[in-house]
Ligand binder design. Structure first.
Ligand SMILES: Cc1cc2nc3c(=O)[nH]c(=O)nc-3n(C[C@H](O)[C@H](O)[C@H](O)COP(=O)(O)O)c2cc1C
Length: 343
């Protein structure tokens, strides 16, 4: 029996209310939306359901002002949720129209999605991505040294697409080492900053905590005992140098490092980048490729520029360690019911 706070992952497509009203169907789709990844699993979303419309809002109460004052990661996470929602709609044959940042509505509203019973326009997503929503997870363990096949890399690049968005995948050891240096430096700068650590520590959890959000120690490979002290240690002491060393070694030893970049830098682009990122993450899951994610270097101007120079890209948005490994355990998620009720 799964822990209570992992119950959201047990959603079963067989329970879809095929002969129910559209609002019942949409409520079911939200079970897939809330499985999206988010910064430190802060799940910065509010959802509202009204007839055949779903409104996706940012929950600024879940932001991390000292970690990312621009809320860039928050907007990306909301984009991930939108992709899950649309993939689920297509799976169950519902059509939709997405209006992002509708005019004249409050600043929290990211998108209003209007659904219809008839499938409408042609599908935007490969149908096989649906089954990956419940399988996808971040994997912070060591990866095998087996290379990622060239055709899989091409499939992942195609999942991100173009038109101002791109995925670079570095497989050359010297290039991977250069990104590992950038990552190491970002850890040393950020984790050496007490306000940053305090902000992030709010989302660190003991393994046995029954919280519905945040990062349990096991996600970083910590035992129950270690996880008991994790929050205190992280918030109180500067552990940046050991963390930096560990993550740099993992990155150097992994077969590939990916960077999703954009040509523009505004909240609309971040939401779209998140949408494409989730499509990429689900595609990788289908291909058996694991991801470990890093926002830190993107948050520091000078390091982000260094990344951009290495790639010849405009705005790197997320750094990804990629490779093969056995599956890791899911992290807690608020259920759709809780999110709808504002809990
Ligand atoms: C936009 C974005 C940025 C992220 N940045 C980081 C990061 O800097 N460091 C990290 O350890 N995980 C990062 N993650 C991974 C999340 O912590 C992870 O998705 C979340 O804990 C939920 O776990 P799951 O992906 O296994 O469902 C990021 C995820 C997203 C969507």
């Amino acid at each position: 029996m799964a822990e209570k706070n992992l119950i959201a992952w047990s959603v079963d497509a067989a329970d879809y209310p095929t002969s129910g009203e559209i609002d019942e169907k949409l409520e079911f789709l939200l079970n897939y939306a809330v499985l999206a990844p988010s910064g430190p699993n802060n799940q910065p979303w509010k959802l509202a359901l009204d007839g055949s419309e779903v409104t996706v809002k940012a929950d600024f109460g879940r932001s991390l002002p000292d970690v990312e004052p621009t809320n860039r990661t928050m907007y990306m996470s909301l984009g991930c949720l939108l992709t899950n929602l649309l993939i689920a709609a297509e799976h169950f044959g519902l059509g939709y129209r997405v209006e992002k940042f509708p005019e004249g509505i409050d600043a929290e509203t990211i998108a209003v999605v209007k659904f219809q019973e008839d499938g409408g326009a042609s599908p935007q997503f490969p149908p096989y991505l649906f089954d990956e929503i419940t399988e996808r997870h971040t994997n912070r363990g060591a990866y095998d040294d087996r290379p990622i096949e060239a055709d899989k890399i091409e499939t992942m690049k195609a999942a991100v697409g173009d038109g101002g968005f791109r995925l670079d995948v570095l497989t050359d050891p010297a290039e991977r080492a250069a990104m590992a240096e950038v990552l190491g430096e970002s850890h040393r700068i950020q984790l050496g900053n007490k306000a940053f650590r305090k902000d992030l520590a709010r989302w660190i959890r003991r393994n046995d905590e029954d919280a519905w959000d945040g990062l349990p120690g096991y996600a970083f490979g910590y035992s129950d005992f270690e996880s008991y002290f994790g929050k205190f240690v992280f918030g109180t002491f500067d552990t940046s140098s050991s963390r930096a060393k560990k993550e740099m070694a993992l990155m150097r030893a992994s077969p590939a490092v990916g960077i999703l970049s954009t040509d523009a830098e505004d909240k609309g682009t971040w939401v779209e980048a998140g949408m494409r990122f989730e499509r990429l993450f689900l595609t990788a899951t289908k291909l058996g490729v694991r991801f470990d994610l890093f926002s830190q270097p993107v948050a520091i101007g000078e390091l982000r520029e260094r990344m951009a120079d290495i790639l010849g890209a405009e705005y790197p948005q997320i750094l990804i360690r990629m490779g093969y490994a056995p599956p890791a355990k899911h992290t807690p998620r608020r259920t759709a019911e809780m999110v709808l009720a504002g809990r």
